[in-house]
Write a protein that binds this ligand. Structure first.
Ligand SMILES: C[S@@+](CC[C@H](N)C(=O)[O-])C[C@H]1O[C@@H](n2cnc3c(N)ncnc32)[C@H](O)[C@@H]1O
Length: 316
């Protein structure tokens, strides 16, 4: 990973991925494109919703076990966070780390990343903070820092759940190489629970998740000059037991066409665009992913309902 070019979203890759995703028999859009500036603000609003238990639950686990988590990570750590967003949970971690060498937040949403990094710099004036705007699924350079005792990767929010099992294994396996020599991965995992709770979390009453989902079409209109009529789509999220995931879709309310850079996209009434999967795990299914990426579980902290797990995994 080090010494490679920074990989940011370009208009070309965005256009390519959108056309490819919408041209197949089953229509999909990569969920990383949710996160333009508005998408990031909407995601933060989702985190505050009564139905959206993951952020609240993970934050409580972090707070309740802050000192034990800090001790597990140890001193002199280089902390790299993938998909850092507002770096909210990171503050609890930073408050409990001894002499961290630097904090490198990596996120695809540039304005939001820079705003979060500035706010963090005000709170932690002595900490070296080196934000990197990049797509973490691609290769990119990690900035040079003072030598660290070890590297710890932080990946909260169950963002891992947005990946198919084979993709998740590949991602973790790639990151493992960054945290050899006693480092590790601190990762938040959403666990399987009552489908009613899962579905409510992605179908909030205020419609913020619907706005977040529809924002991907607004972004395609704005950045790629397309002409989707967002009022012609309805947000849908449902739990799929067989696939152990909540799927988010945009359902076409009528037969319609849209133009994107000269490409005509046709949707039938009832046809959907699959925009996000959020996989949920059992302890066993996540252990299988971790071990196949050559990570060994050192500690796991869970809430009283066993809804969410924060794992510290050691690179084998
Ligand atoms: C589900 S949110 C989690 C945010 C935060 N870590 C939390 O726990 O609340 C996913 C975050 O990852 C970022 N993200 C999604 N896909 C990404 C990618 N491929 N590369 C870099 N960042 C990405 C988004 O911008 C967003 O901030």
């Amino acid at each position: 990973m080090p010494n490679e070019q920074v990989s940011k979203i370009t208009d070309d890759s965005f256009l390519h991925d959108v056309i490819q995703g919408l041209s197949g028999k089953t229509k999909t859009l990569p969920c990383k494109y949710f996160y333009d500036e508005r998408g990031s603000v909407l995601f933060d609003a989702i985190c505050e919703l009564p139905e959206y238990y993951p952020t609240r639950t993970e934050l409580k686990i972090m707070k309740d076990n802050a000192s034990a988590i800090g001790s597990s990570l140890g001193k002199g750590v280089l902390l790299i966070e993938f998909g850092s967003g507002s770096s909210l949970k990171t503050r609890i971690l930073l408050d409990n780390l001894v002499n961290p060498v630097a904090y490198i937040p990596v996120d695809i949403s540039e304005e939001h990343l820079n705003r979060s990094a500035s706010s963090l710099a005000e709170s932690y004036p002595k900490l070296v903070i080196l934000p990197v705007c990049a797509d973490f699924t691609e290769k990119f350079s990690i900035p040079e820092t003072e030598p660290a005792d070890k590297t710890v990767i932080y990946f909260p929010g169950s963002t891992i759940g947005n990946f198919e099992e084979n993709e998740a294994k590949l991602l973790l396996n790639r990151w493992r190489r960054l945290c050899v020599n006693g480092g590790g991965l601190l990762i938040g995992i959403d666990l399987i629970k009552d489908p009613k709770i899962l579905e409510a979390a992605y179908n909030d009453e205020q419609g913020v998740t619907a706005d977040f989902n529809l924002n991907i079409l607004d972004r395609i209109n704005k950045e790629l000059g397309a002409n989707f009529k967002t009022t012609n789509f309805t947000h849908r999220a449902h739990w799929d037991t067989d696939k152990s995931r909540v799927e988010m879709h945009l359902v076409s309310n009528c037969q319609q066409t849209a133009l994107i850079d000269g490409h005509q996209i046709t949707l039938e009434e009832g046809e959907t665009i699959h925009t996000e999967s959020s996989h949920k795990y059992t302890f066993k299914s996540f252990a299988e992913i971790a071990s196949s990426a050559n990570f060994k579980s050192k500690h796991v902290w869970i809430d009283e309902n066993s809804w969410f797990g924060v794992y510290f995994l050691e690179a084998v």
